[in-house]
Design a protein around this ligand. Sequence first.
Ligand code: FAD
Ligand code: NAP
Length: 482
Amino acid sequence: MGPAGACWRGGRGPCGLRRWLSSCAVAPRVCVVGSGPAGFYTAQHILKHHGEARVDIYEKLPVPFGLVRFGVAPDHPEVKNVTNTFTQTARSERCAYYGNVTVGRDVTVAELQRCYHAVVLSYGAEDHRVLGIPGENLSGVYSAREFVGWYNGLPESQDLKPDLSCETALVLGHGNVALDIARILLSPLQLLRKTDITDGSLAALACSKVKRVWLVGRRGPLQVAFTIKELREMINLPGARAVLDPADFTGLENTIKGAPRPTKRLTELMIKTALEKPVEKAVEAQTAAPREWGLKFQRSPQEVLPSADGRRARGVRLALTRLQGSGDSAKAIPTGDTEELECGLVLSSIGYRSVPLEPAVPFDAQRGVIPNSSGRVEGVPGLYCSGWVKRGATGVIITTMNDSFDTAQSVLEDLQRGVLDVATSREGFGAVESILRSRGVRPVSFSDWEKIDAAEVARGRAAGKPREKIVDPQEMLQLISH
Ligand code: FAD
Ligand code: NAP
């Protein structure tokens, strides 16, 4: 699918627009905040469809790629291949990368707007949704964001040191992140060893006592947010047995007859796993499996229960629910009954959340997004947004790509219509550099990142891993300072 075809929105055809844009006197300077998929895809589309535009990408960490590096599971290396495309974009003559620059702290959006014709905010989701229940802050309770960050080398999560000394873990939420976490907790070590999981988390997982993971959702099997490929991986996980309650699935076959194909296939897989008798060989393997996992439905977390000394989590009280309505819009209504599940580890995987960047930038705190129309930030001409901060913390990389192309198209259209004033030139990084220098900030270039990358790959090679991530930003900066 060609990017132009993916999101062209009428007006001049792509070629006419390209010709017109190339005839503009002053080369437009665009700045993108954030170097995850949204930032890179926005830059890629602008560069591809405007022969003169220059795009600078600012990133708060020294290293690029956002959740592709710090979110995508280490045992899904094929997903990370998108970084090859991002690297091509970053190496374009008209693109520059400046890592180690936190927008909102080291330089303000207003300052960036003075230095660029357009500013695109693509800074993702830097926080997690909270449950808002008693006990959520007890020791032994972690958000998915910090736990995923921990095993993926996110600098801010390196002190987490999750306590894995219990046998039973409870993951709250039925999304793909919940499945990622369950899989990492239960995967045989020899599988993880070959991935780019950090050495520190690998050592902790080697001592882990966790052998049972319950994934708890407030709605039913027809409302799960995970997808079939990820569920199949769990079902086929070596050394782990799936424990699904047949009662959750009886009668569902009829209900799904008219359901959309993805829901139908996913539900059929759950039904098969729960109800079909496995062949003899599989029975043997399952009986011998040292670990197990299961899905629990229609249970909404009500309280994390404290241990006798009041400090640690010892379980979760769940409110049983019934569904009101059907399909994806069904609501979970508490029945009044509750159930307690014992566990020593609680991972709250109910979604990530974007945060406001600065008071001057509009933000819808309710929805956790920057209010916008096709990526144009409401009430602030010249300011745009793309990715998770534009539409909420949902969607895979391809969804983020399409939405970023849509925002990039808005920028191109506004250049064409004269909404963005390109009559006067803007200095871009030249001006930002002086601001950063005056504040003692040393930006990291893309070729600096390539040195860090090479060092990580070299460290990993010795251990048979694709890379050993450097988890301390200071160490990254030292590495490129000589
Ligand atoms: P991010 O990827 O979060 O990028 C935002 C960037 O902005 C980050 O680099 C951040 O450091 C930077 N930033 C933040 N604040 C500032 C600031 N103030 N100044 C400068 N920079 C800043 N999708 C798939 O297709 N396949 C998968 O296997 C998959 N796995 C996932 C696993 C997890 C755990 C999660 C959470 C998501 C996964 N996704 C997956 C979804 C995918 O990661 C997202 O669709 C995508 O990353 C969203 O892109 P983004 O650029 O909006 O946000
Ligand atoms: P998600 O898909 O939105 O799932 C969140 C889950 O949390 C849902 O089951 C939701 O249930 C539940 N939830 C939300 N609020 C809750 C509450 N207050 N109490 C109880 N449960 C609550 O989010 P995610 O798992 O963080 O994933 C984010 C995006 O990244 C998704 O688009 C996902 O597909 C993508 N991703 C993809 C991959 C992959 O492709 N392999 C891997 C990881 C992530 P309700 O439905 O009832 O609200």
